[in-house]
Design a protein around this ligand. Structure first.
Ligand SMILES: Cc1cc2nc3c(=O)[nH]c(=O)nc-3n(C[C@H](O)[C@H](O)[C@H](O)COP(=O)(O)O)c2cc1C
Length: 366
């Protein structure tokens, strides 16, 4: 039986333990999100990669599998951003996570509907900006984390952000066990958020062929960032496709992306005008320059080949460096229980340490 371990994060999000499953494109599906919530954590559904028209169905599927609160992730530059926001409000979703996209008006709209706004940031200045725009809680992702990521490690970024903002801070990037949770709480964070660790569970939709590659990658140096996919630093397990992309010229990569973009637009039912509008929206969001905007189309098809089709050589496997320490695929329930038990043991040992220090100090009193 797992005991209590409650922080303000649990009160705000309505979860039992201060453990968040982050949104991972095509991975954080309805099943994984519900499994996390049922295990006492807080799951974010990857709304940013939900097909237009599919958001409502996904939220209903989550609700069918759990009666616990859950969250949804979105990007302002996805074609169906308005569909996600409207569904979040309609279904009284507890929290949203996002990057730098939404403006103050969109954040106000969500907050007025009672939705907690919880962006993920990778730099101090982005944390400060996110709070100015209305964030209720900030998740800080250190550079060792999976997917798009910054260059500052969690051990440096976390205290920087804790000192810079007044809202509760959740630590992400490189967490996988109860020692990490205890350490994050000791820093002053209100909980941890994990992507890679939840991807590597038996509740994850990632096919066995790809999971095997995550499990067998034991050198953290082989889980590295590259600019070759969409021009922004993103962390993947190194494979044949990464090496091939890095060997291509920029015009060749842009040309390849243009072909992916045409196919993607066709599949999403978008014409040339809608595609141009979307590109301009991404450009004006300040998240990327022209080449990055064009290359952004590389990502979806290649990641889907990796984590949806399960091809570890010809697709991309986004991953945090922590995958190199993970050697099992527990269920979300097993994972969260073991994290809580270990965190409680570490926190109890730390409390002992301070009472021992006190005793030593007392005996030294005149
Ligand atoms: C497979 C995968 C896909 C991801 N996709 C997204 C995404 O679509 N949007 C996003 O904001 N973050 C994404 N991330 C980042 C995670 O949400 C999370 O911040 C990160 O994994 C935390 O670091 P960790 O992997 O060390 O736990 C992704 C991460 C992984 C591993």
């Amino acid at each position: 039986m797992t005991g209590a371990l409650t922080t303000i994060l649990c009160e705000r999000l309505g979860c039992k333990y201060p453990i968040v499953q982050t949104a991972m494109g095509w991975v954080a599906d309805a099943k994984l999100t519900a499994a996390t919530c049922n295990a006492g954590g807080f799951g974010f559904f990857a709304g940013a990669t939900a097909e237009p028209g599919a958001v409502e169905t996904a939220l209903l599927a989550i609700k069918a599998h759990t009666d616990r609160p859950f969250g949804v992730n979105f990007h302002m530059f996805q074609p169906n951003a308005e569909e996600v926001i409207a569904s979040v409000i309609k279904h009284k979703v507890r929290a949203v996570s996002y990057g730098r996209g939404p403006d103050a008006r969109t954040i106000r709209r969500l907050k007025d509907a009672g939705v907690i706004c919880m962006p993920t940031v990778g730099a101090v200045k982005h944390a400060i900006k996110a709070v100015e725009l209305g964030a209720d809680i900030v998740t800080v992702q250190g550079g060792e984390g999976g997917g798009h990521t910054g260059s500052v490690p969690t051990t440096i970024l976390l205290p920087q952000v804790l000192d810079a903002v007044k809202v509760p801070v959740v630590a992400a990037g490189g967490f996988y066990d109860g020692r990490g949770l205890a350490a994050a709480l000791a820093y002053g964070a209100v909980g941890i958020a994990m992507g890679t660790r939840f991807l590597m569970t038996s509740d994850s939709p990632v096919p066995p062929g790809a999971l095997a590659r995550y499990l067998e990658t034991k050198d953290p140096a082989h889980i590295r960032t590259t600019l070759a996919v969409d021009g922004l630093p993103q962390r993947f397990i190194e494979n044949d496709l990464i090496r091939k992309l890095e060997g291509m010229s920029l015009p060749a990569r842009i040309g390849m992306s243009a072909r992916y973009a045409r196919q993607w637009g066709k599949d999403a039912g978008l014409g040339a005008v809608a595609m141009t509008k979307l590109g301009l929206k991404l450009l004006s969001s300040g998240e990327s320059n022209f080449a990055q905007t064009v290359m952004a189309a590389n990502l979806p098809a290649m990641v889907q080949k990796g984590v949806v089709a399960g091809d570890p050589d010809n697709g991309l496997l986004p991953s945090g460096q922590i995958a190199s320490l993970i050697d099992s695929l527990p269920s979300c329930t097993e994972l969260i229980s073991s994290i809580v038990v270990t965190a409680q043991a570490r926190l109890a040992a730390m409390a002992q340490l301070s009472s021992h220090e006190q005793r030593v100090a007392e005996t030294k009193l005149p």
